[in-house]
Design a protein around this ligand. Structure first.
Ligand SMILES: [Zn+2]
Ligand SMILES: [Zn+2]
Length: 362
């Protein structure tokens, strides 16, 4: 078990064999990592669980490690010998999908989210479904400190911040890539889901008009009553294409940000966007799915298609500001780490609204 000097072994949810319907095993014999000189050791308290963790655990996207998770929040408990210029022991930090970027390549010079040399938490380095994780000091996200009593200011508790590290950041970045102006129309398929419900709040904070697409009364209430979406369309009962056109003077929305890994959402998206409009891909459908659009259609309608993965550290700071102002708040259900297999199954079946955050045992 973990000791107070943070050495020895720890508890983690391990995936021995990533593959279809793979199960995680809660194990207590995983060595606590020793931070390299440029790294910090983080004792995690919470870890959000993302649809892309399901893709990793089921090996639908390649998983080269045995612990998933990339929305980790915890406290720095140990510093590598050269890590002290970025953070100090006791800081509350977040560990994101982009566990590290090289900072020196051509992509990093423009937008580090496209770094070909990046390492990813839960893909090729051990992820956050564990008590401890080491990460480069320069790449962890400094979070607002906890109060002296160990509690957080309203809206800034660790379980509420965890989903911002991937779901929130991914939506912040992808909505930014749509290049909208206040008052313009944005369609958000999957608006009641883990990414979508944060997207609605981010888009409204920026003054865009939001058409939320999802299904059921609960998600309608969440999107419209709670987060202020301008319209809600139910994909099970509404003619989405006709309704979007009706709402947008017959020409379609300025942008569609697909934050859900559904091929149906991508198929529909091109019918919802106007000429000169933008489609942003951020939700991951099965990897052999191709966008249903021809160069001819792209040319005639002057469409723009952009991919977006995570977000930059600048986007993360801007998103944390929105959280501090109370404009973005994740809808969270907290479960214990040992419920992970249940949650993975629920995500795989698209049964989970908002975000599940796993509490890591102390
Ligand atoms: Zn994620
Ligand atoms: Zn790079």
């Amino acid at each position: 078990m973990a000791t107070t000097n943070h050495t020895g072994t720890q508890t983690a949810a391990v995936v021995p064999n990533p593959g279809p319907n793979a199960q995680c095993e809660i194990r207590h014999d995983i060595p606590i990592p020793t931070p390299d000189p440029d790294q910090v050791l983080v004792k995690l308290t919470h870890s959000g669980i993302c649809h892309s963790d399901v893709h990793s655990i089921y090996n639908e996207t390649p998983m080269e490690t045995d612990i998933a998770g990339h929305e980790g929040v915890g406290i720095v408990v140990k510093l590598g010998s050269s890590a002290s210029q970025h953070v100090k022991v006791g800081d509350r930090v977040g560990i994101k999908w982009q566990w590290s970027v090289c900072g020196t390549c051509a992509a990093c010079a423009v937008d580090e989210t496209a770094c070909p040399n990046q390492n990813n938490s839960g893909r090729n380095v051990r992820g956050c479904f564990a008590q401890y994780q080491a990460a480069p000091a320069k790449d962890v996200t400094l979070l607002p400190p906890l109060n002296e009593d160990g509690n957080a200011a309203d809206g800034l508790s660790s379980e509420l911040l965890a989903p911002l590290l991937c779901a929130g950041l991914s939506m912040y970045s992808s909505i930014s890539k749509a290049n909208l102006s206040p008052g313009q129309w944005l369609v958000l398929p999957g608006a009641g889901g883990g990414l979508g419900h944060l997207g609605v709040q981010i888009a409204k904070a920026k003054g865009y008009k939001v058409i939320a697409i999802d299904s059921g009364k609960a998600k309608r209430k969440l999107c419209v009553d709670e987060f202020g979406a301008d319209a809600f369309l139910d994909f099970k009962t509404d003619d989405i294409e006709a309704e979007v056109l009706k709402l947008t003077d017959g020409v379609g929305a300025h942008a569609v940000v697909v934050g859900v890994g559904s091929t149906a959402a991508y198929e529909l998206a091109f019918k919802l966007v106007r000429r000169l409009g933008t489609l942003v891909c951020v939700g991951i459908p099965r990897t052999n799915f191709h966008l249903p659009v021809s160069p001819f259609e792209m040319i005639v309608r002057s469409l723009r298609v952009v991919g977006s993965s995570c977000g930059t550290r600048e986007s993360m700071s801007e998103l944390l500001e929105l959280a501090k102002e109370g404009k973005v708040r994740a809808k969270v259900e907290v479960r214990e780490l040992d419920a992970i297999n249940d949650v993975v199954k629920g995500l795989a079946n698209f049964e989970i609204g908002g975000r599940v955050v796993l509490r890591i045992p102390e």
